[in-house]
Design a protein around this ligand. Structure first.
Ligand code: PLP
Length: 226
């Protein structure tokens, strides 16, 4: 996967150091994580706090974990304890709850705002027009640092179908960066099916499950991403 990321970087004139793989381990066990760690991966992703709470203590070594799925406010304390980044902050109330939990734990937490670029009603995430106000409110947070943006495109078999959504997020980023003073250096875009397109459009974090771990099995697939 490194090689495919490198080739996508070369095509788009980017440096491979700019792109980090988050190995999304949802539905896979600690032994699968340890196998990936032995192959050189150190950053793992989970989409559910409950699953992460059971799995992470069983994974030895100095691994880092990111939350990539929707976070409920009643799970922020666990999330702050388990994860070094949250990709999926999607409301001011959640950001404020994270701020409180971080302050209590004496931690700072980098987060990305999840943006529903496609406007699909089934998707989590902030509406693009809500983001400037949210960024404004984030200016007051001390322990939560907004470092970027995340989106999930509509499901489509062809990787190119994702490109307009990733490109739109990058364009919105330029505008919001200028308006807010937040550098928004991270774009968490790209999954197994479309990560090369995402790298070409500026991804700094690609969230890869299936291409690393294999298919997730029927029950997990029905639940879907997020
Ligand atoms: C499961 C998941 C991924 C990984 O999906 P793949 O298509 O298997 O690479 C990425 N992001 C989120 C939010 C997920 O829930």
């Amino acid at each position: 996967m490194r090689a495919r990321v490198r080739q996508a970087c070369e095509r788009s004139g980017r440096s491979v150091e700019e792109v980090t793989i988050v190995a999304v381990a949802k539905t896979f066990g600690p032994e699968d994580v340890m196998r990936m760690a032995a192959a050189g991966l150190t950053l793992f992703g989970e989409n559910r706090v409950q699953e992460a709470r059971q799995k992470i203590p069983l994974c030895s070594g100095s691994l880092e974990w990111h939350l990539v799925g929707h976070l409920q406010r009643n799970k922020v304390r666990d999330a702050v304890r388990l994860f070094s980044m949250v990709h999926s902050a999607d409301s001011v109330r959640l950001l404020e709850a994270l701020e409180g939990a971080c302050a209590a734990a004496g931690k700072t937490l980098p987060v990305c705002l999840e943006v529903n670029v496609s406007g699909e009603s089934s998707k989590q995430g902030l509406k693009p027009e809500e983001v400037p106000t949210v960024l404004d409110r984030c200016g007051g947070l001390r322990n939560v640092e907004v470092v970027g943006l995340m989106t999930i495109p509509p499901f489509a078999p062809e990787p190119e179908a994702a490109r307009p959504f990733y490109r739109r997020l990058r364009e919105l980023r330029e505008a919001w960066r200028a308006g807010s003073g937040f550098p928004l250096e991270h774009l968490s875009i790209g999954m197994s099916n479309d990560f090369e397109v995402a790298v070409e459009e500026g991804a700094t974090l690609v969230r890869l499950g299936t291409v690393l771990f294999g298919p997730r099995g029927r029950r997990a697939r029905q639940r879907g991403p997020g």
